[in-house]
Structures are given as structure tokens and as C-alpha cells.
Design a protein around this ligand. Structure first.
Ligand SMILES: [Zn+2]
Length: 87
């Protein structure tokens, strides 16, 4: 299955939590190999998740995902993803 950046972002928290369909996970892994934007998004999302887990603060998700989506929108409007860097 061919997936694009929007798909990755929709499933990114499930991906990080490991609560994702193995087939979808493989597709996302494949996408991440060639997409700098999604790799960066994954890194920063993962950092945020780690921070939250460390502090055991789980009352933020609503505002957090709002901010994440805003950030993703900004990344998207910054320019089209360059998905064919290597091939
Ligand atoms: Zn991407």
C-alpha cells in the first residue's frame, strides 16, 4: 500500500505507542526512509511523548494534539514533501 504524509501523521501516535497494525507500521517505516518531513515530525512527536511520560502528565492531550496539528499544517504549507530524494 502506498501511503502519504497525511497517513503517517494520522497514525503517528499509534505508531509511537506500538498500537498499530503491523502492515501499516511497515508502510510507515518505508515512508520514513525517504521522507525527511515525517522523520522530523516523528522525532519531535516522540520527544514530546517522552517528556509527558516522564512527568506522568496525561491531562494535556487535547491542547497538545491541537498544537501538533497546527505545526503539521505549517509544515505542509511550507512546501511539498520531497519524497523521491533517493529513488
Ligand atoms: Zn512524509
Amino acid at each position: 500500500m502506498r501511503i502519504d504524509c497525511k497517513h503517517v501523521w494520522e497514525h503517528i501516535s499509534a505508531y509511537i505507542d506500538g498500537e498499530i497494525d503491523p502492515v501499516l507500521r511497515a508502510d510507515i517505516d518505508k515512508h520514513l526512509e525517504t521522507c525527511e518531513i515525517c522523520s522530523a515530525v516523528l522525532d519531535s512527536t516522540r520527544n514530546v511523548v517522552v517528556l509527558i511520560a516522564d512527568d506522568r502528565v496525561f491531562d494535556l492531550p487535547a491542547g497538545l494534539s491541537e498544537r501538533l496539528h497546527k505545526r503539521l499544517d505549517e509544515e505542509m504549507s511550507a512546501g511539498p514533501p520531497r519524497e523521491s530524494l533517493t529513488e
